[in-house]
Design a protein around this ligand. Structure first.
Ligand code: AMP
Length: 383
């Protein structure tokens, strides 16, 4: 029997980690990306082409047994075109929905999942009306193609509306705009979950996340939350997955305000806040995504102790301190350094909270990253 080839649209670090985790299953990969430099290409054959180029897509479809994504902004029509030729997971309908913040929030509301106040903003007049209704502070975001805080403008008072429109108004007719009430949350949480082809649903424990300038900086798992909040988050994730007929791993990002969960967005792919599962769980999100899309039994999502993931943005720090710490694991994505770019991460694991807090504080100090680890250490040491 010839080996199964998994095709991945998008060749960044997520595709790279998928390929690495698929090797023990004997899988082959083909990665498609618009750049010949895509870092997954260091581990898997890389097909360079535009996602809208039918000849390139046809070549891709011809060579793979199943296709999936490492980023959500693959054109929905390309995903659909591909799905007519080869099994594609998650399904193109789910992908299309998560590409539009307005459609996504509308679905959450339909499923009785609380969301921040929001309004569609097709025109400048609509923006004025939305700001008057929702109030300030609020955030104007592009409906499509935004990520990691890009395509967002914070409106602190009505005096900022002109500046917000100057910054994003030109995109109202192309990618669309949405206004959201600003949520004064105490915590950001995410559910990373997986649903198999047979409908089986499994989730890793809730993760708490800290962002800097809209980009994930640190994650802690399991999040230190009470059982009822945990159960609510899981039931939201499950409801969404079932409604979408979702297959594969996804992340549901949530704000926690005064004990209430509000859904922010759904990422239809393996997720940065699930990287800790590589060492911190019995089965990683990458392995379970592959099992799901291939129709294999899903792996156990139980945690191994407590884990903290730290993102490396712009350039890699010196690995020595992390590598010489018990429970320290290093991931260098093999990318060129560039301001704002996710170039790697580390996961630090321990069997219990205080041991992790101590290791984190020590490594943070050695790396000069005290500010990055401080909120995680503080959370671990809360009574
Ligand atoms: P997003 O691209 O929507 O995930 O936004 C990136 C980050 O901006 C989030 O993780 C939050 O830290 C912050 N953010 C986004 N939307 C809101 C909101 N409605 N209220 C408060 N903070 C937000």
């Amino acid at each position: 029997m010839s080996a199964t080839t998994v095709g991945i649209l998008g060749g960044g670090q997520l595709a790279r980690m998928l390929a690495l985790s698929g090797a023990p299953l004997g899988l082959r990969f083909l990665v498609m990306d618009t750049s010949g430099d895509a870092c997954a290409g260091q581990f898997a054959p890389l097909l360079v082409g535009d996602y809208r180029d039918e000849a390139a897509l046809a070549e891709f479809a011809d060579k793979v047994d199943v296709a999936t994504f490492d980023f959500e902004n693959v054109p929905a029509e390309s995903a659909q075109w591909l799905a007519e030729r080869v099994p594609v997971f998650p399904n193109p309908g789910a992908l299309a929905l998560t590409q539009d913040r307005l459609a996504e929030k509308t679905l959450f509301r339909e499923l009785d999942i609380p969301v921040p106040d929001f309004a569609d903003v097709p025109t400048r007049t609509a923006l004025d009306e939305a700001v008057a209704r929702i109030g300030t502070p609020c955030i104007l975001k592009t409906r499509r193609l935004g990520y990691d805080g890009k395509g967002q403008f914070r409106i602190k008072s009505p005096a900022d509306v002109d500046a917000a429109w100057d910054a994003l108004g030109a995109q109202a007719s192309s990618v669309g705009l949405i206004l959201e009430g600003f949520v004064a949350f105490q915590r950001e949480l995410s559910v990373v979950a997986v649903r198999g082809r047979d409908g089986e649903f499994r989730a890793w424990p809730l993760t708490e996340n800290w962002h800097v300038d809209g980009v994930l900086s640190a994650s802690l798992a399991p999040a230190r939350v009470d059982a009822s909040l945990h159960a609510t988050a899981m039931s939201h994730a499950r409801a969404i997955a079932e409604r979408l007929g979702y297959v594969g791993v996804f992340a549901l990002e949530l704000f926690c305000r005064d004990g209430e969960l509000l859904a922010n967005e759904l990422a239809p792919r393996v997720h940065n806040s699930g990287h800790w599962t590589i060492e911190g769980s019995e089965t990683s999100q990458f392995q379970n995504h592959l099992r799901a899309v291939l129709g294999l039994p899903l792996g156990d999502t139980a945690v191994r102790g407590v884990a903290c993931m730290l993102n490396w943005i712009g350039e890699m720090p010196d690995p020595t301190a992390m590598l010489s710490t018990a429970g320290g694991h290093w991931h260098d994505y093999g990318k060129q350094p560039r301001a704002g770019r996710k170039v790697g991460h580390a996961t630090l694991r321990a069997d219990e909270a205080e041991a992790l807090a101590q290791r984190l504080a020590d490594v943070g100090e050695a790396l000069g990253r005290q500010a990055q680890v401080a909120p995680v250490v503080a959370r671990l040491r809360e009574a």
